[in-house]
Design a protein around this ligand. Structure first.
Ligand code: IPD
Ligand code: CA
Ligand code: CA
Length: 268
């Protein structure tokens, strides 16, 4: 993508993300409807939907040739990443949004013919804006993020992993996760995949391992992480699928292979 086109898209997308964040902050202390989706713990609110509608309307008005791939279904029916596709999670971390009123983010990745050009993750309550443009570095509130530590070792790493994957489950052998939890310095779970990617890019987490995410959870984070020299793959090292559900290992390159080789045994 032409650098100037990317720049103007980036400025527009960032402005919309900040505006959407402001709207969320204004509405979140008034009553709002909460529904469930695939299970009683899979929450969605009317604010998630309204934020996605806000992006859908803005994108269609200003960039009618672009497509929107969004979680709540107000975008297009995406089968390929041909052309320019906005991959949007209007609120990533809805459970945190509902229960904690913090630790949630707006995530926007912009892909052109399958290439991640722009990544924006906005921690709405912390007012922290993580941004990246392909080949131009990653930033947090306009301050450039440093390349990830080239000396990182697993025993001195903090890994984001949800306790669920250490229980018996149908995707990954839990014994390997137990050994991994013992091996690393510490584990964390923030409940927002987008923020977990942002923290890996910032170097305050060294890796994020999880077995089931969707493209809107990771699209922005993948771009951000690549700009600081990090890597995102599936949990077996294969490239992530940006059109469907995927396992994810996003981390510092120094510990990536070791986690896959010595600790992750997928069941399917
Ligand atoms: C969820 C969050 C959560 C992750 C889930 C996602 P949502 O997104 O990112 O951290 O573990 O798999 O679905 O539903 O809050 O947008
Ligand atoms: Ca999400
Ligand atoms: Ca969401």
């Amino acid at each position: 993508m032409d650098k100037q086109i990317r720049q103007s898209l980036f400025e527009q997308a960032s402005a919309w993300v900040k505006e959407a964040g402001g709207r969320i902050r204004e509405r979140m202390n008034q009553p709002f409807a909460i529904d469930t989706k695939s299970s009683p713990n899979d929450l969605v609110t009317e604010i998630d939907k309204d934020v996605e509608k806000f992006f859908a309307k803005n994108i269609r008005d200003k960039y009618p040739e672009h497509q929107l791939f969004g979680e709540e279904g107000f975008g297009d029916d995406i089968k390929t990443l041909d052309g320019t596709v906005w991959i949007v999670d209007p609120i990533d971390g809805t459970m945190n949004f509902v229960h904690q009123k913090r630790n949630f983010a707006i995530s926007v990745g912009i892909y052109n013919n399958g290439i991640g050009e722009i990544g924006i993750i906005y921690d709405v309550m912390g007012d922290q804006l993580y941004t990246a443009k392909k080949g131009e570095g990653a930033y947090k509130n306009n301050e450039q993020l440093h390349p990830l530590n080239k000396e990182q070792t697993l025993d001195k790493s903090i890994l984001a992993v949800n306790a669920f994957w250490a229980l018996k489950n149908r995707r990954v052998a839990e014994e390997g996760i137990h050994r991994l939890v013992e091996k690393v310095r510490g584990t964390r779970s923030f409940g927002s995949a987008a923020l977990e990617f942002a923290y890996v890019a910032e170097g305050i987490l060294d890796g994020y391992l999880t077995m089931s995410l969707m493209p809107w959870d990771i699209a922005a984070g993948v771009v951000l992480l690549e700009e600081v020299g990090g890597i995102t793959t599936q949990a077996d090292g294969q490239p992530v699928n940006m059109l469907d559900k995927t396992t994810v290992l996003a981390c510092n390159k120094q510990i990536h292979q070791e986690i896959i080789r010595d600790y992750v045994e997928l069941k399917v």
